[in-house]
Design a protein around this ligand. Structure first.
Ligand code: IPE
Ligand code: IPE
Ligand code: MG
Length: 236
């Protein structure tokens, strides 16, 4: 599907909380991992649709620092899906000039998924098309904390510390903040996602479970964004 979107005023950076896989599977009397596998297919579709629409950056929330609280079976299954994604998808993504950037605490991941992530980033490092941030073992507070630790370790004087310096020590350094956040799955919360970067993002929450999310709805949300008036505290 080629995008019919108005190219003026496109969001440069879209962040997505891909939620609802487990409930989608439960409604079908299937195991949660069935939902996560279906979710991976939706992710592929939405990444392609983002490229087609001329979006510059998308950030997909795949696994949070809190998701380790789930059963070992589910955590293992999610990690296997991540490895599979890197192994199977990087070829096509690379052909489509997509640059993969895994954000989160890579050191806290298992060796297999860490190595697959590092390889995917190295393979696509020179690409100039869509930037695909995949948030894996990602926590917004942990991200801010590690930025502050880095700055302290560099010996920064308190009076010299600026907001821009904090931004430049986040995983998203050199990227604009998300213009639009989409969360599927019916919950209206951030769940520790991009807390610093979302200061002025536009939010859209939908009840649709992630595996049921369609490109048409995605483009409607982008159109909804394009109709909004972002004031940033001013009056017009
Ligand atoms: C989102 O779906 C995927 C991850 C958090 C890894 P969930 O697994 O949270 O699905 P629900 O919210 O239980 O339906
Ligand atoms: C947020 O979803 C994390 C991801 C989508 C990866 P959760 O399902 O973990 O969030 P909560 O627990 O409902 O806040
Ligand atoms: Mg959930």
């Amino acid at each position: 599907m080629t995008s019919q979107l108005n190219k003026d005023n496109l969001p440069e950076h879209i962040a997505i909380i891909m939620d609802g896989n487990g409930r989608w599977a439960k409604a079908k009397n299937r195991p949660r991992l069935f939902g996560h596998n279906a979710g991976m297919k939706t992710m592929k579709k939405i990444v392609r649709a983002s490229s087609d629409a001329g979006i510059k950056i998308i950030t997909m929330y795949a696994f949070s620092t809190e998701n380790w609280k789930r059963s070992p079976e589910e955590v293992d299954g999610l990690m296997n899906i991540a490895v599979e994604y890197f192994h199977k998808e990087v070829g096509e993504l690379h052909q489509n000039n997509v640059k993969i950037n895994v954000i989160g605490d890579l050191d806290g991941l298992g060796k297999k998924v860490r190595e697959a992530a590092v390889k995917a980033m190295a393979t696509t490092a020179e690409n100039t098309g869509l930037v695909l941030n995949i948030a894996l073992n990602y926590g917004g507070r942990a991200e801010i904390l590690q930025a502050v630790k880095l700055l302290i370790a560099q010996g920064i004087a308190p009076e010299a510390l600026t907001e821009a310096q904090i931004s430049e020590h986040l995983y998203t350094k050199n990227q604009p903040d998300p213009d639009l956040l989409i969360r599927t799955g019916g919950e209206s919360r951030l769940s520790n996602f991009m807390l610093w970067q979302m200061a002025y993002s536009e939010f859209i929450f939908t009840d649709i479970y992630w595996p049921d999310f369609e490109v048409a709805s995605y483009y409607q949300m982008i159109e909804n964004y394009q109709r909004r008036n972002r004031r940033y505290g001013s009056t017009e």
